[in-house]
Each structure stands twice: as C-alpha cells, then as structure tokens.
Design a protein around this ligand. Sequence first.
Ligand SMILES: [Mn+2]
Length: 321
Amino acid sequence: MPDCKEIAALIKGWDDILVICHENPDGDALGSMFGLVRGLRSMGKRAGWYCASPLPRKFAYLEQGLSGEDFAPAHILTVDVADSKLLGDAWEKFGDGIELAIDHHSIHRPFVDVRWVDPESAATAEMVWLLLKELGAKPDIQTLGCLYTGIVTDTGCFRYRNVTPRTLRLAAELLELGAPAGDINKNIFENKNLAAVRAEVMELNTLEVFCEGKCSMIQIPRSIIESTGADEGDMDGSVGRAAAEIEGVLLFVSLKEKEDGSIKASLRATPPANAAAIAQRFGGGGHVGAAGCPLEGMDMAEARLKMMEVCEEYLKEIGSI
Ligand SMILES: [Mn+2]
C-alpha cells in the first residue's frame, strides 16, 4: 500500500480534482473533504467537492467562504469512505472515475486500486493534514479549522481510545498555526437547541439495561422527532449516550427509526466488547469502539428483540456473561 509520500507525489501531478466523502457525513468526513479541497486550492489547483447528503447545519462553517466551481473533474478521490455503499448516489455519478481512496477504517472494503488506508489514524483528517504538509500546501485558518474538526469529532474531543500521541501532536500543530479550537469545541459539543435536548430526554426515557447490566439500549422512534420538532442534525446523542456511560455497560445500542420507517442501530463498546463485531453481523461496520448497521426488514419492536438476542449471544461468546 502506498504511503503518504507516494500519495503526495501522485496528487502533485493532478489538477481539476473532485473530493468526495460518504453520505450522512460526520465531522471527519466533512472536515477531511473541505480541508483537502481548501489545501489543494492553496496550491493553485482547481478542486471541488461532492457529498450525497445535505450538509448538517452545525458543520456549515466548514464550507463557509468556499466558492463552488463547475468543472469536469480530471481526477476523483474519496476521503473517509470505508465502502462504496456509503457513497450514496456519488457511486453512480462518479464511481467509474474514482482513482484514489484515503481512509482510516480498519474494515475498509476496497473499491479502487490505489488506496491509502491507515487504521492507526484516529481520523481521516489526520491523514489529510499529513498529506497537505507533504504537498507543501499553505493552510489558512479555515483549512486548519476543517482538519481540527475532523480530528476532534472522531476522537470525541480527544477522549476515545483511538487517540494516539501522534493525534495530539498533529492537533497541536493545527492549534499552533491558529486553528480556533475552543470555538470549534463549543460549536460541536456544547451547542444544542432546546428541541434537540427535549428529544434526547425522551430518548433516555426509553432506556433498558439487560445482559446482567452489561448492555444498555435506547430507542429513537420518529414520534420523538415529530413531537419535539427537533432537527436531527442538532441531536448529537450526548443525552442518549448517558446510557453508554452507565457503570459496567460494555455495549450500548441506540435504535433509530428513519423517515422511511427502517431501523438503524448505532453501537458503542468498551473493551473487551467490539462494536464492529456486532455491526458486521447485520451487514454494517465501523470501529472497535463505535459502529453502526441497518436492521433490514424489521420494525422497532423486532429490531429491539433481535439486537438483544445478538448482544447476549456475543457477550457469551467473548465470555463476558
Ligand atoms: Mn472518520
């Protein structure tokens, strides 16, 4: 697999570059995408972006001041995309033209020949920062903010186990150059509207604990969103996640009903439990500490029972119950 230097050498010769991230983007997907686009533009290259989903309001600042450009891309790459399925309509639109994938997911499923995948990186934004330095890009404050956003969101503000000494060093460099870390932290972690808080309190009321106290689960039916009028982009799950922080809980599952009635599970795990191991049983994926999966063909009640069954089976397998 090529390393950062080789990827930089490849991109150096490129122009008219389209950068794509996954649908339902998180802070790392968007921070990596907009950070890379800005960095490439600082080198005088023409670069644009594409995401199959609308930009969540809380991340609007990542795009600010960045003019859209209409051009036929000569080179296309993806950032933070672990599987072509996560590209949404970008796969049909641009799939044939994708030449490079930059990603940090350990469960990356190859969809292009040239890949730079580093599961040691806590965020794809770490890799983008290394790449921009290698390229000699001149990051402005907004570029630094994008990269910081990617790192801070994928590490839960530097709290998760994926944080390495390098993560902190790379983030420190961004701060040294002027990334407005305090403002970004406030915007991402301490900034919620009232409807979102009310919705999350209702979520917490659905809390169930099972498997001898080692699993916790909450449900987010559409009725919660509808009755509170909460904007889903403003719900960061922090109230609901209190369920993951209960003493002794190894696995936390949040079941969310989407607009079309389908159910999606988000999982968080504390060692020795592995969230991705559960998600993979349902055709999903993610990291050891956090993962997600669809629960196809199930309504909320069925999803709840099935997930309880699989969690129990899994905890027995790893000897935790
Ligand atoms: Mn990521």
